[in-house]
Design a protein around this ligand. Structure first.
Ligand code: PMP
Length: 399
């Protein structure tokens, strides 16, 4: 009689788990080397400091951590975010800041607040897979805008905007997930010049922005936003620890109020305990040196990966050097499939993410994402040697 399948919403009936989670059943086997995950290195987690701060915060602020709290977030943390954003040339008042339980929640709340089924949303091609899923859960028509090795192409964005109303443009300007690409200042300016002529919200998702290993910092899109169209999304996940679930949105007050309404009806508020731990961590000056340490470690890992690719990947492969973040994007020659390559790689106990799932239009069959933050240097050499051999086997077998 009871059949839950008949009860699920249309959106959830068709919702599939993402490939990264599905690969877990392989990558957790002993001896497996995985470049598939997207996690920061656990080596970077400041366990001891966080343990001390947790105890202190609980002792000193017991009631405010353990009682229900305000939906927009703990005031000291909102003030801290407002000050740091202002220092980054985005004049910000506390009214512009909403603390969320991860940027993933910011995305979900924003999508819920603006999308009616059928609304058009423009995204880079490829883009963050969870964003694609969130937008489609709310019934959006997600349009992939033509992008190249330098990111989204402003003229192509303009052409899509000309075709009809668009609610959201979703961009990851720094060290993009999955490509690692950073949008140049010129493209950022061009994009902001274009979007100000349209009634559209731009999401600037920036979880990796502070993890830069080479090149110069580029100003946020939000610094070029006279009308308040940009919702800037920051997160402490990659620079302290993702398990804390503390992130923030910086945006126009009217949009902030809608996000807060969304939170009231969702998780009520981000846990006050983790908000205050993050606040104390930042206020006491731990964050900046910690970020420098993370950058040191990740620079080494990125460089090792680049060296190993030079050494072990066949000459037919192409890849893009990232200036920061956690990912490197690589391509097989046209006509080959990174999904098929898994049939060779998984038995050899090495994994990556086939890139097609990051594309809204199901292209990118020959692409793959390699994560460089978690494998040890030794595993990186071993794993990329194995992967290089399997690519050679696959290319040879497919001739
Ligand atoms: N946006 C992008 C581009 C990401 O890569 C991630 C995490 N992998 C998120 C958002 C979500 O981050 P958070 O932990 O803050 O929810």
């Amino acid at each position: 009689m009871f059949d839950s399948e008949l009860l699920f919403s249309g959106a959830f009936k068709n919702l599939k788990g993402n490939i990264i989670r599905e690969l877990y059943k392989y990558t957790t086997q002993p001896g497996f080397i995985s470049f598939a995950g997207g996690n920061p290195s656990p080596q970077t987690f400041p366990n001891e400091i966080l343990a001390d701060l947790s105890a202190e915060v609980l002792r000193n602020n017991g009631v405010s951590c353990l009682q229900y709290g305000v939906s927009n977030g703990q005031m000291p943390l909102r003030q801290y975010v407002a000050e740091t954003m202002t220092a980054e040339q985005v004049p910000t008042a506390v009214e512009n800041v909403v603390i969320t339980s991860g940027s993933q929640q910011t995305l979900d709340l924003l999508a819920k607040a603006v999308i009616n089924p059928g609304d058009r949303i423009l995204v880079e091609s490829p883009t963050y897979v969870a964003a694609l899923k969130i937008f489609s859960i709310y019934g959006a028509e997600v349009v992939a805008v033509e992008s190249d090795d330098e990111g989204i192409i402003p003229q192509a964005l303009k052409e899509e905007l000309e075709k009809g109303p668009v609610k959201l443009i979703y961009l990851i300007p720094n060290f993009q997930n999955p490509t690692g690409i950073t949008l140049s200042l010129e493209r950022r300016k061009e994009i902001m010049d274009i979007v100000q002529h349209y009634n559209v919200i731009v999401i600037e998702d920036d979880p990796y922005g502070k993890l830069r290993y080479s090149g110069e910092a580029v100003p946020h899109l939000k610094t070029m936003d006279p009308q308040g169209q940009v919702v800037y999304m920051g997160s402490f996940s990659k620079i302290i620890a993702p398990g804390l679930r503390v992130a923030y949105a910086v945006c126009d007050e009217k949009i902030a109020q809608k996000l807060v309404l969304g939170k009231q009806n969702n998780d009520m508020h981000t846990p006050s305990l983790t908000q205050l731990i993050v606040y104390e961590y930042c206020k006491r000056g731990y964050l900046e040196p910690h970020i420098q340490e993370c950058c040191k470690l990740y620079t080494q890992k990125r460089d090792t990966m680049l060296n190993m690719l030079d050494k072990y990947f066949p000459k037919e492969m192409h890849w893009i050097k990232p200036d920061g973040g956690l990912f490197l994007w690589s391509k097989l020659p046209e006509g080959y499939s990174a999904m098929k390559l898994l049939d060779y790689a998984l038995p050899a106990k090495v994994a990556y993410v086939p890139g097609d799932s990051f594309f809204a239009d199901e292209s990118g069959i020959n692409t793959m994402r390699l994560n460089f933050s978690t494998a040890t240097e030794e595993d990186m050499e071993k794993g990329l040697k194995l992967l290089g051999e399997q690519i050679e086997n696959y290319l040879r077998d497919s001739k």
